[in-house]
Design a protein around this ligand. Sequence first.
Ligand SMILES: [Fe+2]
Ligand SMILES: [Fe+2]
Length: 255
Amino acid sequence: MGDLHVSKSSHGTFQPLFSQISESADVLLLCGDFTDYGLPDEARVLARELTASMKIPVIAVLGNHDYEGGKPDEIRHILSDSGVAVLDGEATEVHGVGFAGVKGFAGGFGRGALGPWGERAIKAFVQEAVDEALKLEAALARLRTQKRVALLHYSPIRGTVEGEPPEIFAYLGSSRLEEPINRYRVTAVFHGHAHRGTPEGRTSTGVPVHNVAMPLLTRVNPDRPPFLIVEVPLHECDSVTPVAEPRREPLVKSA
Ligand SMILES: [Fe+2]
Ligand SMILES: [Fe+2]
């Protein structure tokens, strides 16, 4: 799941949901925008919610909202201290499955992707997306597992941002992130950020991409809790398939 947008008043709101996730899954991925304004106090609320109810490993990447307050490092430390593996170009392994994580960045998709040409500001903007793609590639290269999962905040493909106004597609992700995902034959990708996007898509080589922004999951499946369970098969020939979440009333409203 992603885009929890925890505020200072969220205390107690997420514990029932996290307990349910603990009972339903082996690992939880948090795809950025944990906080609403990037405030350390918001991160502390989330850390307390996780500590109180989460019994499985949690792997996370930061989102753009977590940078808004200018204290991403403090937010990262608060979550790390509560046991969350916060990835920023690093990789980790849980139950024999490898996870590589970066925030990612914007810039657009395919032929519409912004190129590093002209003003210095444009070149710097594009370089940020290039750097994030290189960090993702480095993280994937470190994994020695047969199964590799990528978690991002921004989308690597156009397909999972569709549903948003086309005018803002370019701010929701970058095709530059898709290249390492295809090259390292990633098993599945999870991202957030596009709250009004599309739940599922595929890269140009067929890698499944899941947009797990909590507002999107809540809107698409209002009768289910806002998290997606995906089973990663142990055998190379099997495909990755989302499995149905338990049918219960949603415990948390959209952020
Ligand atoms: Fe968000
Ligand atoms: Fe975001």
